[in-house]
Design a binder for this molecule. Structure first.
Ligand code: GLA
Length: 331
């Protein structure tokens, strides 16, 4: 029997920066995906408590995106990357909202890879999961979700430099709560709009060089207003991640909350990945006494909002705790 568990993640700050070699500050959370099963056979067969149809993936799969049902594509992406020599039969259970912006797909990929016997560093596990995700979905996603799930540290968020892939655990202070609230808005157009945003930011990079090294003065060299707005988000967001990490370390929740508000405004106005529903939710949470700040988290276009609060300030949503990364046991 093999048991594998991979946590989801919430990103505290730093969105739409990972695929541009920027900075992110996610944490692995105590909601996640678990796989239990046995090695054997010549297919990977997974039943999910949340899906009607079983995932059945041949070991020699070469086009994960063509697999049905849709959720099985993520399993197929991992099979195509791990290339196990024997099959696996088991069950998947998750406490994550599916497709809600807490990286349910990233957690599934990481858990499947471990269940199929992948051995390597957390970074290698994350990179494999990222390739699987891209092959399954066709979306040019970054490394943040899988790396947060694979490399989580109990009690800490992770400051990840997505260029060097250096990772620094940042302690989450005891006196604050991190609350995730689902907007209830299904994420739509995430794939195509995500790829479009990435292309627009790369258009800016073609003119002013890597956004990671750029500053606000460089923006003057961008004539295209869309490329300029996308670049302005990335440059300002990278700066906010550093300052936010410092605010957490120093135990300054008011400053951290203000940075979350600025991040949301930038994602809304410059990167244009928010929605009226997300904006209204952020506004309502921010106006609640004891809430330091709130912002959309992840890709946007629906999904979840994350809030930094005094403990007990919000009674809705999930109060999540920073947990250790993915793990597996055989027995
Ligand atoms: C999705 C992607 C990540 C990251 C975020 C936005 O979650 O999978 O790689 O780009 O969106 O920050």
């Amino acid at each position: 029997m093999i048991w594998a568990h991979a946590p989801g993640r919430v990103n505290l700050i730093g969105d739409h920066t990972d695929y541009l070699g920027g900075l992110v500050l996610p944490m692995a959370i105590d909601l996640g995906t678990t796989i239990e099963g046995e090695v054997g056979g010549d297919e990977v067969v997974l039943r999910s408590a949340d899906e009607d149809e079983t995932a059945v993936v041949p070991l020699d799969i070469d086009d994960p995106a063509s697999v049905e049902p849709g959720w099985a594509r993520y399993v197929a992406g991992v099979v195509a990357e791990v290339r196990p020599s024997t099959g696996f039969t088991g069950t998947v259970t998750t406490t994550l909202p599916i497709g809600g912006g807490l990286s349910s797909s990233g957690a599934l990929e990481v858990a499947v890879a471990l269940a199929l016997g992948f051995e390597g560093t957390p970074l290698e596990l994350a990179q494999l999961g990222q390739r699987a995700e891209q092959r399954a979905s066709g979306v040019p996603s970054g490394i943040m979700d899988q790396l947060a799930s694979a490399a989580g540290v109990e009690g800490h968020a992770l400051l990840i430099d997505c260029r060097s892939l250096d990772l620094r655990p940042v302690a989450v202070p005891e006196g604050v709560a991190i609350v995730v609230v689902d907007s209830g808005e299904a994420r739509t157009l995430v794939g195509s709009a995500y790829a479009e945003r990435r292309a627009q930011a790369e258009m800016a990079e073609a003119v002013i060089g890597p956004l990671r090294d750029a500053n606000t003065l460089d923006l003057q060299r961008l004539e295209d207003p869309v490329a300029k707005a996308r670049a302005r988000h990335v440059i300002s967001e990278n700066a906010r991640v550093w300052t936010f990490a410092e605010a957490l370390e120093e135990g300054w929740p008011v400053e951290a909350g203000a940075l979350m508000a600025a991040s949301h405004a930038s994602l809304r106005d410059d990167y244009e990945v928010s929605t009226p529903t997300l904006d209204a939710l952020v506004e309502r949470l921010t106006a609640t006494p004891g809430v330091y700040g709130a912002r959309l988290t992840g890709a946007g276009f629906g999904g979840c909002v994350v809030a930094l609060t005094e403990p007990g300030a919000l009674t809705e949503g999930w109060t999540v705790r920073p947990t250790a990364g993915a793990r597996a046991t055989t027995g």
